[in-house]
Design a protein around this ligand. Sequence first.
Ligand code: GLY
Length: 409
Amino acid sequence: MKRVSSAFYLVLASVLLLSCNQDKTVSDTPDNSQLLSDNIEFALAQMGKQIEIIEASDEVLNPVTVRPDGSVYYCGYRDWRSGFFPGAVWYLYDLSNDPSLKEKAIKYTEAIEEAQFLTSHHDIGFIIGSSFGNGLRLTNNEAYKDIIVQAAKSLTTRFREQPGVIQSWDSDRGWQGERGWECPVIIDNMMNLELLFDATEYSGDSLFYNIAVSHADRTLEEHFREDGSTFHVIDYDLEDGSVRNRHTAQGYSHESAWSRGQAWAIYGYAMCYRETGYQRYLDQAIKAFEFLRDHPDMPEDLIAYWDMDAPDIPNALRDASAAAIIASALYEMSTFPVADAASYKEYADKMMASLSSDAYRAELGTNGNFILMHSVGSIPHDNEIDTPLNYADYYFLEALKRMRDIEGL
Ligand code: GLY
């Protein structure tokens, strides 16, 4: 979300040099400057409509998705997705410099301030990072640091000593309570670790950092198959820390490769590398990406099926949210000291071209005023199937911002 390493300048220089020396014509290279301005123009108009609706209401509505009846679903601060709309407004402000968006982003962010005290699930990192994290980056409001540190304290209440991980979900209530789990940890939880790294930076307390590293290391040991694909849920024994189950919740089957889980793994380990400099995290991010990149069923437009083992491939639904998360991660990875760094950016550019096409980007005023169509929440729960999702838009805008920064557009 924040730092671009100095290695990026090196990479950028080699990319420029390479492109000057090649015979390839400009038409071989996507025109990202056009793609960027076109997307900003569209997002301003589309999200502008969303904002008009919110401002005309007496509440601070927080849009998430479109229900089957066509109405927009708005969430409260407890929902794991409550930070993404405020965060998308921050990114649009960053991309457009429109000062009216800053005012709105502050209002929508501060409306979910209570989330800093949430201890009932692990998603506080998603919630606070996308909203207050971006707010801090763009306003330097020091008070947001206290909120980030408090949120990290709330998250650490879920750290379990024996397995050395943060428990994602409670196992005694909701649909999770029916699965017989003791300490379920989902690969998505890698994303919440950024909050802990930030909290150590702002508070000077290394406890947060150490918990993040413990969680990332245990996840690295347990969550991956030989081929780099990830299990969704690992259930640990709280007494001796051993693995009780390797399951799925949102994928096609326990043994399948759920694409958004793969996306969280790529992004999560790339972020952990940025925060720690540990090569093992970068290697894991690369391995998780290569699994998808080299998958024989990866479609030509590079937008993965919702699960790469879905039985109805090639007719299975795609998941634009997974693609947006991966594109954003790949832009960051292209700034790391990796072999063939330019190929990560090239891949992300292709994904962004697909997401920006009519196949995935909505028409103005449709799609509940969300930007991207065709995401999948959870097929096993029969929930949010082939819909817009606010986190697809959030990571799409983040990817645009990263592309802009890398290319100096
Ligand atoms: N963290 C939930 C999801 O990716 O659907």
